[in-house]
Design a protein around this ligand. Structure first.
Ligand code: AN0
Ligand code: CP
Length: 318
């Protein structure tokens, strides 16, 4: 595997999940693979889990991680070609990506959607520029439209916690949030779940007007009645996102969409999942996130093994 930009870059999601579960039993087994190799982690946005788990994964493989925050610390980058750079931007991404490629064997990038210009976000301005100009593999640590390291960690978590059933009911539920959030996590979770079509029944529930990009949710059942969606569910995966149709708008602040114990009651003892960070008592009630049904901490632990299995595949291909 060269780049990891979307979950579909994996040769097989199922085989990768099983490989990650094996790696987890002996995390230092491939510690020789990354010897004298450097990964550069470039952050255009905040992070806790991605920043630490990706470094941890690199260290487990014997790599040296180096981290840079754009924003306050980096030069402001220009992404458009042919611009007369006499305004605020100090450096073009072309030079930046080529220079960083000389210091790093893999470049990992976090660059969220701006949520103002749909076409610009969908063009993946930052990620595609690095794919174009860098000369080393690129790892997506959440871009405008996807968060494939999260989705892989989610697939590992579901595999580890699934009940013995032929078909699992996996529900992606929108929940309220005071800020406009990106679609990346919801998109990648939907893509991952839908790729398990033989094993998962995929239901997405949200208020009207919060439909995700239909390209990402093709094959899922959309259910506007949240409680109905929860009936008999095995996994409740919660996430807020802003409107896709009225791009980046927060049209619904209906607090009744929060995940509460009475909603979990109608599931088949479903596990509660969230990528974190989560706002307690807005997205999910304390009674749910504190309960035995919540697996959010274990889910976050799997971020290390999702990054590690992906980096292992990249190192094997260098
Ligand atoms: C980000 C998002 O919704 O994309 C990161 C989630 C992993 N969340 C927030 O900004 C709160
Ligand atoms: N889930 C996730 O990506 O968390 P961070 O934003 O803290 O990295």
């Amino acid at each position: 595997m060269k780049h990891y930009l979307s979950i579909h870059d994996l040769p097989s999601i199922k085989a990768t999940v099983n490989e990650a579960i094996e790696l987890k039993k002996d995390p230092l087994r491939f510690n020789h693979l990354g010897k004298h190799k450097t990964i550069g982690l470039l952050f255009f946005n905040n992070s806790l889990r991605t920043r630490l788990s990706t470094q941890k994964a690199a260290l487990n493989l014997g790599m040296e991680p180096i981290v840079m925050n754009f924003g306050a610390e980096g030069w402001q980058l220009e992404f458009e070609d042919g611009t007369i750079m006499d305004q605020g931007k100090s450096e073009h991404v072309k030079e930046a990506a080529e220079v960083i490629s000389q210091y790093c064997d893999v470049i990992a990038i976090r660059a969220f959607a701006g949520l103002e210009d749909k076409a610009k976000d969908e063009s993946e301005e930052v990620l595609s520029a690095f794919v174009k100009y860098a000369t080393v593999p690129i790892l997506n640590m959440e871009s405008s439209v996807g968060h494939p390291l999260q989705a892989l960690a989610d697939a590992i978590t579901i595999e580890e916690h699934k009940p013995a059933k032929k078909k699992l009911k996996v529900v992606l539920s929108w929940a309220p949030h005071p800020k406009a959030l990106p679609h990346a996590v919801g998109n990648s979770f939907a893509e991952m779940a839908l790729a398990h079509e033989d094993d998962f029944e995929v239901v997405i529930t949200h208020p009207k007007g919060y439909e995700l990009d239909p390209e990402k949710t093709k094959g899922a059942r959309i259910e506007y009645d949240q409680k109905k969606a929860f009936e008999g569910a095995d996994f409740i995966y919660t996430k807020n996102w802003s409107s896709y149709k009225n791009y980046g708008q927060v049209a619904c602040e209906d607090r009744s969409w929060m995940i509460t114990a009475d909603k979990m009651e109608v599931t088949d003892q479903a596990k509660f999942m969230h990528c974190l960070p989560v706002r307690r008592n807005v997205v999910v009630a304390d009674e749910v996130i504190n309960s035995e049904q919540s697996i959010v901490i274990k889910q976050a632990n799997n971020r290390t093994f999702s990054a590690q299995v992906v980096l292992k595949k990249m190192l094997e291909n260098l």
